[in-house]
Design a protein around this ligand. Sequence first.
Ligand code: ZZB
Length: 261
Amino acid sequence: QEYTAIKIQILEWPAAAKATLDKGGVDTDRKKVSLVAATLRPETMYGQTCCFVSPNITYGLYEISPTEIYICTARAAKNMSFQKITPVRGEAKLLAEISGKDLIGAKIHAPLSVYPEVRVLPMDTILASKGTGVVTSVPSDSPDDYATVVELAKKADYYGIEKEWASLEPIPIIATPTYGDLIAIALVKEMKIQSPKDKELLAKAKEIAYKDGFYQGTMVIGAYSGEKVEVAKNKVRSDLIAAGDAFVYDEPESLVISRSG
Ligand code: ZZB
């Protein structure tokens, strides 16, 4: 699986995270620290409204250069070390570990998003075994993301967040003849999806959103507005990479097989 890894810079740390990093001697003032989110939809990055981490996953801070640190799972860092992303092949230098829980509420900058500053929020359904363990949220085009932000806004106290953090309006990114310009919301309503726990329905909705968005979609925002998604997707991706806001991250099939067998 070939992902686009999006660098989401941390602008302001929650107190719990700051304490952990100070203790570990990580100088967060002088280094650029980014959450790295793995996505298959670079063309939707205009619509990022938050970034999800799992409260149940321990993330690592990995040194990428003298000035740059990435946050992701150990598994992803290891994979990156074989893709010329870390300085030494096969090595990812761990500077500190941090619980996803402690990252919640961090103020971040998501590249291309119409919202210049968004927040880190919890998502219980993130798999540690896929991507980087960090998921950027695009509620306009991802049914899982829309179901999650609705749930978070509804039970903000329970999740220990501010309601406003989960209440940013979804942004129209792609229009399709069948589902309009907010496909995730249309699908969640049509399929009567009630919560992020409706796994089977969400998997179906995701499938439809991928296909319809890719084959029938036209961009309605950004540099390639008016172009077909099929064409615009790689252009947006190349622009993000050229700007230093993203890189290619591969999850080799063979690695998965060798690990389980
Ligand atoms: C932004 C985005 C916008 C995404 C969208 C999807 C959509 P797949 O198809 O199963 O391989 N994701 C990435 N890593 C994880 C993880 N560890 N656990 C749970 N979800 C994860 O899934 C790839 C997509 O699932 C990624 O692309 C990411 O969300 C999420 F408009 O990034 B995506 C119709 C989907 N639309």
